[in-house]
Design a protein around this ligand. Sequence first.
Ligand SMILES: NC(=O)c1ccc[n+]([C@@H]2O[C@H](COP(=O)([O-])OP(=O)(O)OC[C@H]3O[C@@H](n4cnc5c(N)ncnc54)[C@H](O)[C@@H]3O)[C@@H](O)[C@H]2O)c1
Length: 341
Amino acid sequence: MKVLVTGGAGYIGSHTVLSLLENNYDVIVYDNLVNSSIESIDRVEKLAGKKVEFIEGDICDKEKLSKVFEQFTIDAVIHFAALKAVGESAQIPLSYYQNNVYGTVCLLEVMQQHKVHNFIFSSSATVYGEENDVPYVETMKLGTPSSPYGASKVMVERVLGDLAQSNSNFRGVSLRYFNPIGAHESGQIGEDPKGIPNNLLPYVAQVAVGKREKLGIFGDDYPTKDGSCERDYLHVMDLAQGHVAALDWLNRHSEFSGVEAFNLGTGNGVSVFAIVKAFEKAIDKKIPFEVSPRRTGDLPAFWADANKANKALNWQAKRSVEQMMADTWRWQSTNPNGYLV
Ligand SMILES: NC(=O)c1ccc[n+]([C@@H]2O[C@H](COP(=O)([O-])OP(=O)(O)OC[C@H]3O[C@@H](n4cnc5c(N)ncnc54)[C@H](O)[C@@H]3O)[C@@H](O)[C@H]2O)c1
């Protein structure tokens, strides 16, 4: 089975491509490298001992995308390509809607033209917005996220719903990720953000290798156990395997059409302070930090109800917080400059 992976050179994409190869899927990666390096694909190929077809291109370029669908017989698409920095999305919202919403519409149009109907979308826990209570369950209504980034994910989920209504061949899966962290256990691939990291763990790891002076913790006065925000952190390899499970689910359910959403998380909230402590333990070194005021739009705590994915996809996030820390450190300490060699 041949799978087109948009954004496959990025953080979650590269780990998923590895899992797909290990499960005997053929993979074509389509990525414009705006936030990634081709080196990630070279390393995935070495780890898997298999080849990946790489095409540099933008999802907004329908002509180029069409050529890919003409050249290869594609059975399914996994769509990671997006811009993902929450703060930046408030500064340049139009770029986020153009890339994440218009780009997805372009991809779906080209898929329709070429009669490819199996689609897995990288959605996010952010689609539950501010109005839903924790734990988040898939039966809840889509919420109102506080950022244009989050809004772009809600819009795409709506687009998928409308497309499924209009086309009974469409078979979509929205995977709502919680907070992926960690790296492949080899230390060969991991998260390599360009510029200042937006997410907690890459920042902590860069402080640990001396690239940044200290960590900023936004708010210690939330109504949580220790006052810092709580999130549902899951290992990126568990998340990668969630995509293989979703593809298997589509393959098992040949009668299915429509769109189905699944939460991919552990079901546990872990605080920012707890993550910092776990990382310090893993590297046996203190991480200097400073508490600064809350960031607008940050929710105090959220985590997944992961029962639907556990049962239907036969998938579970298995790796521990300790393993997430150890694997992050292996990646960061052996690649202090990421993929820049
Ligand atoms: N990392 C997270 O915490 C998280 C959480 C929830 C959802 N997601 C979603 O998962 C997906 C992957 O996230 P990630 O953390 O791997 O991000 P990433 O930035 O590492 O990967 C995204 C990839 O898409 C590519 N890309 C972006 N715009 C493109 C375009 N127009 N055409 C072609 N390629 C393009 C980038 O070059 C990059 O390789 C994104 O859709 C993101 O919104 C991520």
